[in-house]
Design a binder for this molecule. Sequence first.
Ligand code: LRH
Length: 496
Amino acid sequence: AVPRFHAAVDLGASSGRVMLGRWADGRLSLIEVHRFPNGPITQDGRLRWDAERLFEETLVGLAEAVRIAEAAGGVLDGIGIDSWGVDIALVGVGTGTAFPSGLASRFPTVPHHRGADADGPARAAVLVDAATAYAVTGVLEQTINTSYQLRSRAEELDVRRADGGRPTVLLVPDLWVWLLTGVVGAERTIASTTQLLDQGTGDWAAELIRRWGLDGFDFPPVVAPGTVAGPTTPEVTARLGSSVPIPVHRVAEHDTASALAFARPHGAELLVSSGSWSLVGVCLPAAVLTEHARAAGFTNEAGVAGSSLLLRNLAGMWLLTECARAWSAEDGSAVDLVDLVAAVSEMEGDAATDVTPAVFDVADPRLLVPGDMPERIATLCRETGQRPPGGRSDVVRTVVESLAVAYAETVRACEAITGVTIRSVRIVGGGSRNRLLCARTAARTGLPVTAGPAEASALGNLAVQLVAAGHAPSLDTVYRHGQDDHDDHDHERTPT
Ligand code: LRH
């Protein structure tokens, strides 16, 4: 059979990557063709993403994907983009501006959600309270939401300008699709992170948008995942060195939805998408818009194939990457987190690690912004009367234990909301490589834990493309017959 090549661009908060999938004989093989670092940068006194560099890196990776596909006698049949949620660029669309000529001098800036105003939810609540917004959108009042970010930008921009021009709101992966194709749209899974999508109609919540003073923005049409946005523009096609334009797919553009694209809507498995954030919860047939779900700290986000994800948005590997950043500054040289976590995993079970580590609330808002993470963690432990972790390995154990405790508590909270007993845990994403986290989650939940795939978002991205193109019969076939560079390993139930 002719090999089919598809590229997944997966933009994560600490690194981005371009993965090339080759589908042949009912199997998907995945290779990483390009990986590049990511993180917040400060520009004009504000926390932002280095969007222009990230887009350049994307083009470098895609050009390499084209080269590999063509060298193998094939072509690149599709490109899909997924990224973190909530963050946006404002662009003035309408005149067929295409990358790179028209945009080189004014690449859109993308503020980082970790720099969002802390009082956004309180100020918005004066106009529409959080409970009302939840009943419409299913999204919790988190400072990072697009809704609050847009309210701040509306104030800055005074969008009701006399010329009537309305800036268009593009979430990060929709911005990438626009830069590649010139086509404007709002893919449903990524749009569901905004707190501006109506769960009932599946469209923008027009009244909420008006009452929050956001009707001076243009919101593009909502499109379902599993469609094609359009072909690459001539400029992009040439830049990628491709002999033909490449179809750009609307995949599940939210990385969480892509990572969990294998999940069936039954609520009996706790899903953990573990990257910079930990998204923890269950896949259900429909959103849960009750006060109970809101009070318990759950948000509803769109999954693939009409499914709904009931999730807590908790801190994740961000806690460790920020610790590593602080320690690297202290040492004057880079601290390797992977090595440190591996060393701590090996110590597990030693007499020295008999004492249960201190545990803190991973949802504490003080952990959201960049800063001296080891010191903040020590403060949280002291506030609850615990001895703060001593050395670096103790800090790692405390972070991992606190995440496992939060996951275990989420099992109980999901069961109370859905009435469905949770029988297993599945951890996907980069954090699934953290053996200590998987083992401690098994211990704290008392449930069997399956770890991997680590590149779940890229796999889901490719799966949606392959099903949409008619190559693969179903999403879970791609997961079952997909390989990445990670061995799945199961963790035995171990008593706490
Ligand atoms: C995970 C995620 C999550 C949050 C955050 C901003 O990558 O998309 O769902 O909303 O990033």
